[in-house]
Structure formats: structure tokens, C-alpha cells
Design a protein around this ligand. Sequence first.
Ligand SMILES: CC(C)(COP(=O)(O)OP(=O)(O)OC[C@H]1O[C@@H](n2cnc3c(N)ncnc32)[C@H](O)[C@@H]1OP(=O)(O)O)[C@@H](O)C(=O)NCCC(=O)NCCS
Length: 437
Amino acid sequence: MSNGNQTRPGRRAAIVAGLRTPFLKAGGAFRDLSAVDLGALLVNELVARSGVDPSEFDSVVFGQVVPSPLVSLIAREVVLRTALPRSVQAHTVSRACATSIQAATDAADQIALGHSDCAVAGGAESLSDAPIFASRHLAQALVSASRGKTLADKVKAFAHLGARDLQPVPPALKEPTTGLTMGESAEKMAQVNGVAREAQDAFAYQSHRRAADAWASGKFDDEVMHVPVPPGYERVAARDDVVRDDATPAALAALKPVFDKRHGTITAGNASPLTDGAAALILVSEEKARALGLSPLGYLRAYAYAALDPRDQLLMGPAFAAPVALDRAGLSLPDMDLVDMHEAFAAQVLSNLQAFASRKFAEERLGRPRPLGEVDPARLNVNGGSIALGHPFAATGARMITQTLRELKRRGGAHALLTVCAAGALGAAVVLDAAEA
Ligand SMILES: CC(C)(COP(=O)(O)OP(=O)(O)OC[C@H]1O[C@@H](n2cnc3c(N)ncnc32)[C@H](O)[C@@H]1OP(=O)(O)O)[C@@H](O)C(=O)NCCC(=O)NCCS
């Protein structure tokens, strides 16, 4: 059986299609759609566009990072709301911002093992629909009131509540270990690594410029579906609404720091925004691709996950995962025609790039004699990243895989490295191969 030039065992997983919704700011045009709504709309369209008969699919791996308590298994709900047969088994994954990387590597592993031939992998996020919780005291009072036998019992359950107990509790984007938000953690990284505000803003400006150029040149037209927006459905969301054609260095420089208002460097302009959206891929075994006459976009060659102590530099996971993924691929950084690094914050990207190039980091933190190397800016995030495109947590990995494979094809490149940092101080890295010409 052909294993191409893949270095990992088992059957090679071909990525034959990828699609996403536009990514829209949370609280915007997608506010009436849940993550399941977005996921189902997207997967239906992806399957229809692929031309693969729904009966060919055997599994769906799908994720959501901030799940609704009303939907415990988004992957299966997506199956049940699409044209896929009800016999398609499904499982939900979560690895924070690397969730749809996890979905893709799970699907690829099942294909490698021979347990799956044709799978959908992706993720959806609706930060407009993030669950709002009752305080612990109010929740206890509600439970006790529901058990009360008389009206007096029920009323008594609320007697000890104060005004603070009635305040709704939003989901925290805080690290439980450190109590710091993602933004505060990135601020710490900027300080430790000496990443100046100017460098962060310059990187954010480039992200907007490149994303705006990619939209203007039609590069995204076939990878972003149009979504009719409820309640009227007469409006259609066709483009990301975060990316600014008119971004300027001066406007970015004028923004106030958000997470450390006095001494900080991170602003709404050099951070990824809270976003709604969905993205997914179709992965098939090579044999299945041949049998169905499908032309692969490319192949998942190797991957690695890594972690560090969250009390260290929270979003440094890519610098730990990338060398392992490249080793597993049998390749090195100069072999990469493209590098796509998820942009949680410009400070996080610049800190990781610094670590990629640092001999000290390689020796002391990775126990390796040489650093990975400098990433050529002309190969990095060439069509923009999460700062400009938006970051619906669970959708970002699948968005990156599709965007990168399509760009590899345009350039006639052979390999790409993708990295994602994630909560819990996790990192993910994937090496992709372009389809053979
Ligand atoms: C940074 C953050 C707090 C900003 O939230 P926000 O204040 O709601 O952001 P907005 O989009 O309203 O932007 C604030 C202002 O900056 C302006 N702005 C944002 N980007 C800009 C840009 N590139 N150029 C010029 N102005 C910009 C907006 O127009 C807005 O101006 P206004 O107040 O005059 O309307 C929020 O996006 C956030 O929490 N991001 C991090 C998410 C996170 O932690 N993700 C996990 C990482 S993996």
C-alpha cells in the first residue's frame, strides 16, 4: 500500500476539501446562530460542494471550545442536522484553540489505523452564545427552591442571597492555574521577551494588509461559504468583518492598552478578537480518494502536541511542538515553503519566532544543540492570520489547514508547518505535504 513520502505509520490521510464560514465579531451578524447551527450549515455545504456522496462518510470529529450546556456532543448534533446518514458515528474534541487541529489529527489517525475511510473534521464557536452562569449561591438556592415542598420553603431558599449573588457570571478566559487572562499572559510574554509595542503593531498591520489583499485577489472566494443571516435571512454574510482594508500603522499606534492599562502593550488592534464562525475539512484514505476520483489538496504528514508550565510563558507551546513535528516529518524549517502560526496576539507570535531562532532556548529549554532557525517573513502567515481574520477558537485550526494547503498549491510549494498555541500552555504543530503535481 502506498505510503507516499510519509514518515508516520499507517495509511496516509488525504485532505480533499476544506471550507469555512466568514468569521464575524462576536455579538454581530451571527449572534442568533449557535455553534451547532454554524457547524451544521458549514458541514452541509462542505459535503455538498465536495461531490462526495454522503453515504461514503463514516465519521465526524468536531469540536467547540466554549460549549453550550444545552449541547453536550456537538459532533453528533452536527451529523444529525446535515445530509450525512444517521449511521455516521461522531465524537467531540477539545484542545482549546488547537481544537480543530485535534479533530484533523484524530481523523487522520483513524484513517491511518484503517478504522475510517472518509471523515469530516472541524470545529465551530459562537462566542455570541457563550453560556452565562448563575453564581454558586444562586444556583444552590434554585436547587433548594425546586426541592421545597411549600411556597414558604421555596421563598426561604432565596432569603440569604445578597445583591452580588444575583450577578450573572460570564465564562472566564482565565487560566485556572495562574488566574491570568490570555491577554495578561501575553502581556507578560511581551515583557519577558522584550517585544515592543511597535513590533506588535507592525505585525498586526501586516496581518490586516495580507488578509485584505487575499480577499481582494479572490484567494478566499472558494474557501469561505456565504451564510444567510437570521432572523430575516435576506442578509448574507460573505466576508470576514474583522479584517480592515484601511488599517494604518497610525490608527494601531493610537489604541490604548487593554490588559495592563498603564504599562501594557497589547491593544484591541494587536490581539485576536472574540469571534463567531466554523471551519471543517474532509479527510479520506488515499485509496478512497483514488476510488472516488478525488484530487487531494494535500496530506497531513506529521504532527506533535507539547506543553509547558502555565506559570511560565503560557502561549509558548508552538516553540516546543514545532521541533518535534518537524523531526517526525523528517524535515527541517528550511524545507518549509510556508509557515502558518496562529496569531492569538502579535506578542505571542513574535515571542515564539524569537524562540525558534534562539540557540539558548534550544539548548536550555529543548535540550537540542541547534535552534530551529529564523522564519522567513515572506513565508510566514502570507494571507494574514487570526488578528485580521478573527479567531473562533474551535474553527481556527481547520481554517489554517485549508488556507495553507491552497496557498501551497498556488505557489507550487511542497511542505508547510502550522502551529497553534492554546490554553493550559499547550502547543500544536502540524506538517502538511502538498498534493503531488
Ligand atoms: C482585546 C479585546 C479585549 C478587545 O475587545 P473590544 O474592546 O471589544 O474590541 P473592539 O473590536 O471593540 O475594539 C476596540 C476599539 O479598537 C478599535 N480597533 C480594533 N482594531 C483596530 C485596528 N486594527 N485599527 C484601528 N482601530 C482598531 C475598534 O474600532 C474599537 O474602537 P471604538 O472603541 O472606537 O469602537 C478582545 O478582542 C479580546 O479579549 N481579545 C483576546 C481574546 C483572547 O483572549 N483570545 C484567546 C487567545 S487564543
